[in-house]
Write a protein that binds this ligand. Structure first.
Ligand code: C2E
Ligand code: MG
Ligand code: MG
Length: 694
């Protein structure tokens, strides 16, 4: 079908000829543009851009050949069909016309129907040509965008050829290889064998192949994707090559980010679980074991609130490096979140719990060192839990949650407190849930009371103080030890409320005893949560005002590990409390690995030496040396030292000799209810009076 706007430029000096063509073709829907010589024809071409040109040969000013040459110069590709009209049918003229750039010729005198037909064919061919060029143009653009180059290898000669721009694409290769063998030189030596193998295989089967290989470059290897297939008829291997380095790196990075923790660079939970699944599979086939552990840095959240994320991020990085330096072989460590890390150790065979335990103890022992937080040395506390697969479970996530539950159940008593998963702990979990609900009731119904343990001054042998200790009157009758329920109250957020009551009750008791003639110093334990309350000094002040206790009669006990968690803030809070007139004691001293530097900086009155040192004082020389060092330090600082847990007379004698000022322990009395305590004091004073009269 003829397009009505198809325009034909007729270049002929014979007016009559142009008229005839215009008449005939005009009727058939063409638009005719005229030019009476070659030069005019070139102008018309430039301004009108016709779809086809009919060109006479012999014309004044400029002949047809020259006109065609000029027109072709204005085109980027030979796009416009040009038919030369020639009276001479000698071959020479026709050759000249083609040479100048004509597409076809048409003899004069003109046979119009035939011309019409020829024009239609020429237009159709031109349209096809244009479409083909459009498609190849698109492909070319796509090829350049995709960074594709083509190659071929002649199977007979092994010659290799490349598309023109291949050297741009493979810019790091000085000279493109010209044979298959030299082509191997651009491939990483470790990838060559694979490449040869795939080529040979593809040559045999005729199947298309696709592979990625490395190509060494100066800074980093490039990754090349090579596809190809044998063209059997031509005995040619043909294919394309693409540099996919940046794509692969990006993919790697995306994968990396999806599976790693951005701060420490450790694998994250997803990757850990995936790896653990593989380890467990391997372990069940090979009949070996996998140890799964969870390690938590206690009070991480508080550390990061106090010091800021940057400082704690740095801490995490140091921690990881410490863990990694000493990790057992075949260990993978990952970070879950906050201060929680997990690890798995793939064992070669089976070892018993003792061995695993001591191996992990030795590893985690390296966490027992001072850590720099904001330029200050601080000790950290960790709890850890362990489970073993596939004995306890063959399912990765279950094994991990067993270790995690075990870890959460650990009460931090040392630098790192480690626990093993046992089934009974699951039972423990049930018990714990029950305890939580019982405790809610207990707080609401005030099922708590205080008992008091006397403290004896060694030089006067008199009861000079007491420590208030919390007791829970469980409705079912049995008594529950404080270390079992206090941490739970802390976690449940109930300790502050109860803590206020404890202080008030203890103060009230002290005032009552003072009124009766027993002005005993009252020691009260503060839980870490209570101690962290911003308004603690104000709260205590209010209680003091309410009960009218003399502030110096109230001694607040904080544990050593609590004091060391955030020493700078501790110092500030202690200073405020001391300004209000209260006494400060550091409880359980010696097990928390404090730095003595801090001990000297804390505003303190009393140091309570932990029972652990008293226990073996009659046997262990090192314990004696430590106690001696502490007591003499305290003497020079003017501090009171109370030795806790003195159970025997021999222990008392040693402690006395080592220079402690006071003792507390079952030797004197277990914690007692108020009345019983006063009776004890009365009896004690009587006995005393009997032995050494005043
Ligand atoms: P603590 O402050 O070090 O208290 C001393 C613990 O040692 C008490 O255990 C006491 O009964 C026990 N004890 C005293 N003399 C001896 C002895 O000669 N031998 C042995 N084996 N043990 C002795 P209790 O009452 O079970 O308290 C345990 C811990 O619970 C306390 O350790 C303290 O950290 C915490 N706690 C107790 N009452 C309170 C309280 O009112 N508030 C807070 N926040 N914590 C408390
Ligand atoms: Mg205490
Ligand atoms: Mg204590």
């Amino acid at each position: 079908m003829t397009n009505p706007i198809t325009r034909i430029l007729v270049v002929d000096d014979a007016n009559i000829e142009r008229m005839k063509i215009k008449g005939y073709m005009g009727k058939r829907g063409f638009e005719i543009i005229e030019a009476s010589n070659g030069a005019e024809g070139v102008d018309q071409y430039i301004t009108q851009r016709p779809d086809l040109i009919l060109m006479d040969v012999n014309m004044p000013v400029m002949n047809g050949y020259d006109a065609i040459r000029q027109i072709r110069q204005h085109e980027s590709k030979m796009m416009t069909p040009i038919l030369i009209l020639t009276a001479d049918d000698d071959l020479d003229a026709i050759d000249q016309a083609f040479e100048a750039g004509a597409n076809d010729f048409f003899p004069k005198p003109i046979n119009y129907p035939l011309l019409h037909q020829r024009i239609r064919y020429a237009l159709r061919d031109a349209a096809r040509e244009r479409e083909l060029m459009r498609i190849t143009g698109l492909q070319e653009t796509a090829r350049i965008l995709a960074g594709l180059a083509f190659w071929e290898v002649d199977m007979k000669t092994q010659q290799m050829r490349w598309s023109d721009d291949a050297s741009n694409l493979l810019h790091w290769i000085e000279k493109l290889p010209s044979s298959f063998e030299s082509g191997m030189q651009i491939i990483h030596p470790d990838d060559r064998q694979r490449m040869i193998h795939i080529f040979e295989d593809s040559a045999k089967t005729g199947a298309k192949f696709e592979l990625e290989v490395r190509s060494p470059a100066q800074n980093q290897d490039h990754i090349l994707k090579i596809v190809g297939q044998l063209n059997k008829a031509q005995r040619l291997f043909v294919g394309a090559i693409q540099d996919v380095t940046s794509q692969r790196r990006l993919e790697q990075q995306v994968n990396y980010l999806a599976f790693h923790d951005a701060i420490t660079g450790l694998p994250n939970r997803k990757l850990f679980i995936r790896d653990l699944e593989e380890c467990l599979e391997f372990a069940s086939v090979k009949n070996t074991q996998v140890v799964v552990g969870v390690l938590e840095l206690i009070r991480f959240q508080q550390l990061s609130e106090t010091y800021g994320v940057e400082v704690t991020d740095q801490l995490l990085i140091k921690l990881v490096s410490q863990l990694r330096t000493y990790q057992p072989s075949n260990t993978m460590i990952a970070r879950l979140d906050g201060g929680v890390f997990v690890w798995r150790i793939q064992l070669d065979g089976k070892i018993d719990q003792e061995d695993i335990s001591s191996q992990i103890d030795r590893w985690l022992e390296h966490l027992n060192r001072p850590w720099m937080l904001d330029g200050r040395e601080t000790y950290l506390t960790f709890t850890a839990g362990i489970s073993i697969g596939p004995i306890q479970s063959g399912i990765a996530s279950e094994l991990l949650s067993m270790a995690h539950r075990t870890q959460r159940l650990q009460k931090p008593t040392a630098n790192v407190t480690l626990g093993f998963y046992t089934d009974s702990k699951d039972e423990g979990l049930q018990n714990r849930l029950k305890m939580e609900s019982d405790l809610r009731v207990a707080v609401a119904e005030k099922q708590f009371y205080l008992v008091y343990q006397p403290q004896i001054d060694l030089s006067s042998d008199r009861v000079v103080g007491v420590e208030a200790l919390l007791r829970w009157r469980h409705p079912q009758g049995e008594s529950v030890a404080p270390f079992r329920f206090i941490p739970i109250l802390e976690e449940m957020g109930l300790i502050s409320e109860l803590g206020d009551w404890i202080i008030e009750e203890a103060c009230r008791q002290q005032v009552q005893w003072t009124a009766k003639g027993y002005p005993l110093r009252m020691g009260v334990n503060l839980s870490p949560i209570q101690f962290d309350q911003a308004n603690l000094p104000d709260k205590i002040k209010t209680i003091v005002a309410k009960t009218m206790i003399e502030p110096h009669q109230l001694e607040l006990e904080i544990t050593e590990s609590l004091a060391m968690h955030n020493p700078e803030e501790t110092i500030e809070t202690l200073r405020q409390l001391r300004e209000l007139g209260f006494k400060i004691a550091i409880d359980d001293f010696g097990i928390g690995f404090s730095s003595l530097e801090y001990l000297l900086r804390f505003p303190l009155d009393t140091l309570k030496i932990d029972r652990a040192f008293v226990k073996d004082i009659t046997q262990g020389r090192s314990d004696r040396a430590i106690v001696r060092a502490l007591t003499s330090l305290c003497q020079s600082l003017g501090l009171t030292t109370i030795a806790e847990g003195v159970e025997t007379q021999r222990q008392r004698d040693y402690i006395d000799a080592l220079g402690a000022t006071e003792i507390q322990g079952y030797l004197i009395s277990p914690p007692l209810e108020p009345e019983a305590l006063i009776n004890l004091i009365k009896n004690y004073d009587c006995n005393l009076a009997a032995i050494k009269p005043h």
